[in-house]
Design a protein around this ligand. Structure first.
Ligand SMILES: Nc1ncnc2c1ncn2[C@@H]1O[C@H](COP(=O)(O)OP(=O)(O)OP(=O)(O)O)[C@@H](O)[C@H]1O
Ligand SMILES: [Mg+2]
Length: 276
């Protein structure tokens, strides 16, 4: 990344949920991979600050983390801008590359990250990446609320398993509605759809008052194997139903029909591609 990179005001996609273990990290690592595979400049930010899994899922050993970036931003002398790109760790698989802003390695460092500074980090990254994807935790924390505001798109993920999870999804979706965002901003995504459950998807959609934007299948084997290998599903040859559904999700976000050749960049504006 050159010093004279033009500012691009990238799209910010936050992955949020009101329950843990619903697939935020699996889906965000796969979306980052698929966007990068299509030739986009992508940064994946791990703002699950205390217990982030992005580096584990991608088998990265970051030298610098969000904490180091915050330290540098606080110490910067006037006129000497900190370049956020220098605090990233690349993920590379064959010729696909994207960058990760890793979560701190120590709990005390995570605890000391300030929400306003974290937002400054995202804004800086937006200037140099087409897409900034942010993995989060399942709480309405100050950091997550600020992120929801800043995001172009919020992927609100849920699974249909037990009544408490569904109750929390309902609370989450009602809270998001109260925030009066643009209708297209919040995308309700159901993960692990065909996992064994007695609760029907239709009943959940009725309860939430809207249909799911996208539905991803349950595939325990493919998901766990990809984490074990450190290779996101969308980058694997052979393919799996879950990998295909993840690619379809990216195609819907970028408003393009999935095209195996990848790589071409459309000439429409980002907004036209997302909301068109
Ligand atoms: N569609 C799927 N089919 C089968 N297993 C899945 C699927 N999506 C995710 N998983 C599995 O569910 C587990 C939780 O996924 P993940 O870590 O992505 O969730 P999370 O929302 O990031 O959790 P946390 O809130 O703890 O960070 C992982 O073991 C992952 O392999
Ligand atoms: Mg996670």
């Amino acid at each position: 990344m050159g010093v004279f990179t033009q500012e691009i005001n990238g799209v910010v996609i936050t992955f949020f949920s009101t329950a843990s273990a619903v697939g935020k990290t699996l889906i965000s690592t796969n979306m980052a991979s698929e966007l990068a595979r299509q030739g986009k400049k992508v940064c994946l930010v791990d703002f699950d600050l205390q217990f982030g899994d992005v580096s584990n899922y991608l088998q990265l050993l970051p030298q610098r983390t969000a904490y180091d970036l915050q330290q540098a931003m606080s110490q910067q002398q006037q006129g000497v801008a900190v370049r956020a790109e220098e605090f990233l760790t690349p993920y590379e698989y064959h010729n696909v590359v994207f960058y990760v802003l890793a979560a701190p390695t120590k709990l005390e460092e995570a605890y000391n990250i300030d929400a306003d500074k974290a937002m400054d980090m995202v804004r800086q990254l937006q200037k140099v990446f087409d897409y900034v994807l942010v993995d989060t935790t399942s709480t309405f924390s100050k950091l997550n609320l600020a992120l929801l505001d800043l995001s172009t798109i919020v992927s609100f993920l849920g699974i249909v398993d037990f009544i408490p999870t569904i109750k929390n999804m309902k609370i989450g979706s009602e809270t998001l509605k109260k925030m009066n965002y643009d209708k297209n901003k919040i995308r309700l995504i159901l993960n692990r759809s065909n996992a064994k459950t007695r609760i029907s998807i239709e009943d959940v959609e009725n309860l939430l008052g809207e249909p799911f934007y996208h539905i991803l299948p349950n595939d325990f084997h493919a998901a766990s194997q990809s984490i074990k290998d450190g290779v996101p599903l969308v980058l694997r040859s052979g393919g799996s139903e879950l990998g295909e559904a993840l690619r379809d999700l990216v195609a819907r976000y970028t408003n393009r029909v999935y095209d195996d050749a990848g790589d071409e960049r459309g000439s429409e504006s980002w907004l036209a591609r997302i909301f068109g």
